[in-house]
Each structure stands twice: as structure tokens, then as C-alpha cells.
Write a protein that binds this ligand. Structure first.
Ligand SMILES: Cc1ncc(COP(=O)(O)O)c(C=O)c1O
Length: 359
């Protein structure tokens, strides 16, 4: 797969790491009057259109991860997530392009039609599944996997959500990309940017990219997971991981000396983490999320109920409570038609317990 030479990051670091050309960038920014509340203008960053193979935010991380020597070669890659994990599906589809296989350690989540379609598309790539009922059972799936897998069948480990410092560089680039779009007059500088958070490298990378681009704004990270899994401490550690990756790439000395907190202060980039939309738990649909997903679908913009629907619901609640505009909703969900990716008989590739649970 071809490497990219066009890094926005090259203006800030001496040695940008290798990066594959997987995504079609920049993604458009659009006014979304159908999301306006009160007098505030809403804009959407259409990362649903990052790729014709599979859109969404994950490909931004995979451009850097799959270019890394750690994932070189033609062997499998193993990672984890819910049975409707967009990260695992994205990984499986881009690996299939390289003739490689994804291995998924997966836990059950509410089997919405979208989750079923995502799982169907995942196993239809030829990917394999080790599944357990709950997140805390994942070590058991891991044990079964490592008993099954022997070199060369054993996959290189990729963290959940593709979230580590290197994956986060994809969203540092995304922040710089948005800065260019603001400078070019494609949208006004948003007073607040809404992005959902799970394993958190997307928002952690974005906050640094916005600060490097000098986009003074407030990043509202709308959590899809419970506070114990994403809070100010864990989010700050993820920002620190992305920052260390920038340092390793030779971040210019005057920036490195500031530290990431200093950079954010100087660039006037604030952030907060909002758990108001998690509802009964991760991946459990909420009425507010379902309403905004239906509204978005009617307006030609696909959202889903685990991440982006909850994020848009938080934005609407803030606007109703007086949040000033303009605001930007970052749509990290793929707009890809999943039904077209499923192969007949896909269920037969699932472990028996999961097949029974799906009914
Ligand atoms: C559609 C979508 N948006 C956002 C996220 C969260 O990104 P991150 O894990 O980097 O916080 C995910 C998955 O993790 C996702 O599937």
C-alpha cells in the first residue's frame, strides 16, 4: 500500500513517522441547520466520508498504525472490542486489502440491527472471533485465543479502539486539517467541538492538533463509556501518550519545552469530559440518542446509538442550555452500507455461544 508524503505534521516535527494513504482527506465540513437549537449554528465534520471501503474515524488511526514496523508483514492482527466494534470492522476490512486476517476478542453488547450488521461484515472478511458475554470476561477470551494461536497464527497485538500514541497521530492530523479549513474560510472557528470518546485516542489526538493549529476552542468529549473507564485522569494519560509520540518524532524544541498542558493554555484550547449521555451503560441505546440518530438519518447523515448519537444528543442539550455557537459535531461514524459487506451464511463463522445469543 502506498505511503503518504503529505503530512500537516511535517511542519511541527523533524521525523514524521510513516503513514499509509488509506483515507480520502480532507473530509468535508458542512452546515447542518437541521441540528440547530436556539440561535446557534451547527456544523458537521463529515468523517463518515473518509473512505469508500469503510469510513469513520478509525481509518485515520490505521493510516499510522498499519504503517508501523510493529504491524509489518503478512500475519494476523488481534485486537478487542464489543461485537459491534467499528474499530475491529475497520481493521478487518483494511487488513483484507493486504490479504491479512483480523482476530477479534469480543464481548456482547445490545444486539441492535446496526450491531448485527457490523458483526456480519466483520466475520464476512474472513476475520475470526473469540467471544465472551461481558467486558470483565475478556481475559478468558484472551486465554482461549492464546491457547489456540501458535506462531505464525498468533496475531500482533493492537490496543482496543486502535488507541495508543501512534494511532492518536491520526487525529493530531485531523485537528491540523480542520485548522486549514477554518483558515480557508470553509467554516467559522467553532466555539465548541463535540467529539465522542471511548478508548479516547481520537479526542486526545484532536486536542493536540487543534492546539498546534492555533484553533482556540473548547473540545467537549462526550463519553460513550462509564466514568470508571474514561475520566480526566485516563484521558490526560492518553493525551500524554500522543504527546510522547510527537516528542519521539522530533517535535520542535520550543513546543516540546511547553509540555502539552502549556501548549493548550497558550493556544486557549479547553476541554471537558461529559458523561451525561451514557445512560444505562456502554452501547445501550438511549431515547435522546435514538431521536437524534433518526433526525440525522432523515437528513442524509448516518449516526449510530453507541457513540455519535449520544454525542449529538449532548450537543443539543448544551445548546438548549445556552451553549454559544457556532459549534461543530465531529461525525466519527462510517457512512458505509454495511448490508453490502455481509456474505450469506456469515453466522456459521461465529462461536456457538454467540450464535445462540444472537438468536
Ligand atoms: C463511531 C465511533 N466514534 C468514536 C469512537 C471512539 O473513538 P475513541 O475510541 O478513539 O475514543 C468509536 C470507537 O471506539 C466509534 O466506533
Amino acid at each position: 500500500m502506498p505511503l503518504r508524503a503529505d503530512h500537516h505534521l511535517a511542519a511541527f516535527v523533524a521525523r514524521p513517522p510513516p503513514r499509509l494513504a488509506l483515507a480520502e482527506l480532507p473530509t468535508p465540513v458542512e452546515r447542518a441547520p437541521w441540528l440547530d437549537v436556539g440561535g446557534a449554528e451547527v456544523w458537521v465534520k463529515r468523517d463518515d466520508q473518509t473512505s469508500r471501503l469503510y469510513g469513520g474515524g478509525k481509518v485515520r488511526k490505521l493510516e499510522w498504525l498499519l504503517a508501523s514496523p510493529r504491524y509489518a508483514g503478512d500475519g494476523p492482527i488481534v485486537s478487542l472490542g464489543g461485537v459491534g466494534s467499528h474499530h475491529l470492522l475497520s481493521l478487518a476490512l483494511f487488513l483484507r486489502e493486504q490479504g491479512r486476517e483480523a482476530h477479534g476478542l469480543m464481548f456482547d453488547q445490545v444486539f441492535t440491527p446496526h450491531v448485527r450488521e457490523t458483526l456480519a461484515a466483520f466475520v464476512s472478511t474472513g476475520a475470526r472471533v473469540w467471544s465472551v458475554r461481558t467486558r470483565i470476561g475478556l481475559p478468558w477470551a484472551g486465554l482461549r485465543y492464546y491457547l489456540w494461536a501458535r506462531p505464525p497464527r498468533i496475531g500482533a497485538w493492537m490496543p482496543a479502539g486502535g488507541s495508543n500514541g501512534l494511532g492518536g497521530l491520526g487525529f493530531v492530523e485531523a485537528g491540523l486539517e480542520l485548522g486549514r479549513q477554518i483558515d480557508a474560510g470553509k467554516l467559522p472557528r467553532p466555539a465548541a467541538i463535540y467529539m465522542t470518546g471511548g478508548s479516547a485516542a481520537s479526542s486526545a489526538g484532536l486536542v493536540l492538533g487543534l492546539a498546534l493549529a492555533g484553533v482556540s476552542t473548547q473540545l467537549k468529549v462526550v463519553s460513550a463509556v462509564e466514568p470508571v473507564l474514561l475520566g480526566a485522569g485516563s484521558w490526560g494519560r492518553m493525551v500524554g501518550q500522543v504527546w510522547r509520540e510527537l516528542l519521539a518524532a522530533g517535535l520542535h524544541a520550543e513546543l516540546a519545552a511547553e509540555g502539552w498542558r502549556g501548549l493548550l493554555r497558550r493556544a486557549k484550547v479547553g476541554w471537558s469530559i461529559d458523561h451525561s449521555q451514557v445512560g444505562p451503560g456502554y452501547a445501550v441505546p438511549t431515547p435522546a440518542g435514538e431521536r437524534v440518530v433518526a433526525l440525522a438519518t432523515a437528513n442524509g447523515c448516518l449516526l449510530e446509538t453507541t457513540y455519535t448519537g449520544k454525542c449529538a444528543a449532548a450537543m443539543q442539550a448544551d445548546l438548549a442550555a445556552g451553549q454559544a455557537g457556532p459549534v461543530l459535531l465531529w461525525n466519527t461514524h462510517a457512512g458505509t452500507d454495511l448490508a453490502a459487506l455481509a456474505r450469506p451464511g456469515w453466522e456459521s463463522r461465529l462461536p456457538a455461544r454467540l450464535r445462540r445469543a444472537l438468536g
